[in-house]
Write a protein that binds this ligand. Structure first.
Ligand code: HEC
Length: 452
């Protein structure tokens, strides 16, 4: 939410609809007000004043709950009181915040669900390319959005918005019926669980297609002034200062400062883990500080484990504060042991492994990662020790509830529990093969040098 004391208006960013598939929500009809909208109300009474819907009839989890920035800017020679938002759907919106009139809407990342926004009607022109209710589709951006919850910032001196953007894509397919199935995750999306083939080369290709990008967006020119690319999404919110700086934490565990006008990197420092939140700056006794709340979690490193930086960053929650000439030293990052324990015997048939994979991706992947590849927040189950294999059923039936591992007692039969365990055995065999291949190609690369 954002509040404008001058106009006495409260702006509320509204989320998506559930189930995602709007064929099941409203027979695929209507705009579904006020989903994916900015709604302006009188804060004292709740009286409706105006609304603008960014994604009518949303079916992609394109929330408009992203951070909204209020600013006074000059557009085509005219001073305007605007509200700006970059919601998940990939368009950057500038609205007149007195009336809700759309001033501009432009793509800040690739988006295939709409070609453009018609400024006369204020509505997106849909392409149909992402309409998964008519068959499986590659949807751009994915449900994690072109911009997620990480706050953007506006610098009145440069006139730019510093936007923690990302490029993502997801293959979606409608489910036949909106029923709740025990093989589906906690939420009923009305679509088949997003699938990702187990082939490590395909996993790598999709991972390479998911990128992070810091964009200095010029809302007057409706285009980026400069950009910085990151190798993965999930980078932190931004802070920009009167001293011509932009601070941002990164998914690969750094705190970085850029020149706000040019994007030139001025400084960086390791912070040990993904820094997702927005930094803050403040002064105490004449000294200026900047603080990063470092921490790695959320949907990307959980269900999207194979697509995140995975094992490269461990969750290590810390408040890290900098000042000029600071002397404290950050400890070395916590490293998880990565030796693969002795492999268990695989007793399940190929067909059973397929059934088990459906169960796993439906019930366990939301935390332990699709195809049992963890993003590092909860244990990677391909690395289960022989002792944990022994305790497996107990853990699934509630032994670790206090540690955040839910109980599947009453959900999974003993046979299904064993089936899922077999899937994990299979995935540890796959991992052993991948590690051997990687070691082999490394050794092959190193050989000529050793001979010389
Ligand atoms: C809501 C999130 C969530 C879901 C869903 C979930 N887990 Fe877990 N799981 C956890 C957490 C958190 C832990 C770590 C608990 C601890 O620290 O002891 C864990 C731990 C485990 C462990 C012990 C790992 C170890 O090395 O100690 C096993 C085995 C396990 N989970 C299996 C499963 C299976 C199988 C499923 C699906 C049927 C599943 N989990 C679903 C959150 C989840």
């Amino acid at each position: 939410m954002a509040y404008d004391p001058e106009l006495d208006l409260l702006y509320v960013g509204v989320g998506n609809g559930s189930p995602w598939n709007y064929d099941f929500r409203s027979e695929g009809k209507g705009d579904n007000l006020f989903l994916s909208s900015i709604v302006a109300v009188r804060p004292d009474t709740g009286e409706y004043v105006w609304h603008y819907q960014t994604t009518p009839g949303d079916r992609w989890d394109f929330t408009a709950t992203q951070h909204m920035v209020l600013a006074d800017i000059v557009i085509e020679g005219k001073p305007r009181k605007v509200i700006m938002q970059a919601p998940k759907n990939g368009f950057f919106y500038v609205l007149d915040r007195q009336t809700g009139k759309l001033l501009s809407a432009d793509k800040f990342v690739p988006a295939n669900w709409a070609s453009h926004v018609d400024l006369s009607t204020g509505r997106p022109v849909m392409t149909g390319e992402a309409d998964y209710n008519k068959g499986p589709k590659m949807v751009v951006p994915s449900f994690l959005g072109g911009h997620s919850w990480q706050p953007m910032s506006f610098n009145p001196q440069t006139g730019y918005i510093y936007l923690p953007a990302q490029e993502t894509v997801a293959g979606l397919e409608a489910a036949k019926a909106p029923e709740f199935l025990p093989t589906k995750s906690v939420v009923n999306l009305g679509l088949n669980a997003p699938d990702l083939p187990e082939d490590p080369q395909i996993t790598q290709q999709v991972r390479d297609a998911w990128k992070g990008r810091l964009i200095a967006w010029d809302p007057v020119k409706k285009a980026p002034a400069w950009t910085v690319d990151y190798k993965a999404p999930g980078n932190g919110g931004t802070l920009s200062t009167a001293g011509n700086l932009v601070f941002q934490g990164t998914a690969d565990g750094r705190a970085v400062a850029y020149a706000a006008d040019t994007g030139r990197k001025l400084w960086e420092q390791r912070v040990n883990s993904g820094a997702m939140a927005g930094p803050v700056t403040y002064e105490v006794k004449g000294e200026q500080y900047v603080t990063f709340m470092v921490g790695w979690g959320g949907a990307l490193p959980l269900i999207g484990g194979p697509l995140s930086l995975g094992a490269q960053v461990q969750p290590e929650a810390r408040v890290v504060t900098f000042k000029l000439d600071g002397k404290a030293k950050l400890p070395a990052p916590a490293q998880q042991a990565r030796d693969l324990p002795p492999l268990q015997t695989l007793a399940a048939s190929a067909e059973q492994v397929q059934q088990a994979r459906t169960l796993f991706n439906g019930l366990c992947a939301s935390c332990h990662g699709i195809n049992a590849i963890s993003g590092g927040v909860v244990p990677d189950l391909r690395y289960l020790s022989p002792a944990k294999h022994q305790q497996f059923a107990g853990i699934l039936y509630g032994a670790r509830i206090p540690k955040g591992m839910p109980s599947f007692n009453g959900v999974l039969t003993m046979d299904q529990v064993e089936l899922i365990r077999q899937y994990l055995v299979k995935r540890s065999h796959d991992l052993a093969a991948e590690l051997a291949t990687a070691k082999g190609s490394k050794a092959a690369q190193a050989e000529p040098a050793a001979q010389r």
